[in-house]
Write a protein that binds this ligand. Structure first.
Ligand SMILES: Nc1ncnc2c1ncn2[C@@H]1O[C@H](COP(=O)(O)OP(=O)(O)OP(=O)(O)O)[C@@H](O)[C@H]1O
Ligand SMILES: [Mg+2]
Length: 211
């Protein structure tokens, strides 16, 4: 790592961190008030006779469901914008693989003992894997994707490997996915290899030296 590299515990993107803070502060009180109002409605509704309760029950249940969905959506957006809390990369990747597998693909994770990483590094690796798996499913039409996270000497390495149809024979056209991976990799001095064919498989790699 070069001496002028930003400290790894700083937010990945200061503008995004500011937006996350504003979103959190603006929506928190509204969500709290919304849930309190829904709770009062629930109490009132439960006290009504069945004939009066029934017509309103479905609408209230839907409002409660949507309030929950809104809370999760905001929490997810905050985590996307400012993942400062970091997390256990191995656990995050396991949940990612499970989530993709739930949608019909086979996505497997092989990972050694969970490395303790600065949040900036965790997010760079996590987003690399997420975008690469998505690309394998979307573009490679892969039915199986392997995620591997391991150390090679002092390098932390992530591989995303698929057995799909592979990248186009001519040039790869970088979209938002590649541009995001490349710029985040550069921000932590990691090196990224775009998807390429090796032994009948398509492999993409992110590698960062930890010393
Ligand atoms: N695993 C893969 N198999 C086959 N082709 C791939 C794979 N990964 C990437 N590609 C190719 O690389 C291109 C660039 O990927 P990138 O993620 O940058 O853009 P995108 O997925 O097309 O769009 P975006 O990510 O902006 O929604 C893809 O359009 C696709 O042609
Ligand atoms: Mg993409």
């Amino acid at each position: 790592m070069t001496p002028d590299a930003p400290p790894l515990d700083e937010p990945l993107d200061e503008d995004a961190a500011r937006i996350a803070s504003a979103l959190h502060d603006q929506t928190g009180p509204c969500l709290f008030a919304l849930n309190a109002a829904l709770h009062r409605l629930r109490m009132a509704l439960d006290g009504l006779p069945e004939t009066e309760r029934a017509p309103l029950a479905a609408a209230l249940a839907e409002a409660e469901r949507q309030a929950g969905a809104l809370k999760r959506a905001i929490r997810n957006a905050l985590e996307e914008l400012d993942p400062a809390e970091g997390g256990d990369l191995r656990q995050m990747l396991a949940e990612l693989a499970e989530g993709f597998s739930g949608q019909g693909a086979t996505v497997r994770l092989t990972a050694g003992p969970a490395p303790r990483l600065p949040p900036r590094v965790t997010v760079v690796f996590y987003r690399f894997v997420r975008e690469s798996v998505l690309n394998a499913l979307r573009h490679g039409k892969a039915s199986r994707v392997d995620i591997r996270l391991f150390y090679e000497g002092t390098d932390l390495v992530a591989h995303v490997i698929d057995t799909g149809q592979g990248p186009p024979a001519d040039t790869l056209r970088p979209g938002r996915g590649f541009r995001g991976i490349a710029s985040r990799a550069a921000s932590v001095h990691a090196s990224w290899q775009p998807p390429h064919h090796r032994d009948g498989r398509t492999i993409t790699e992110l590698r960062m030296t930890t010393q």
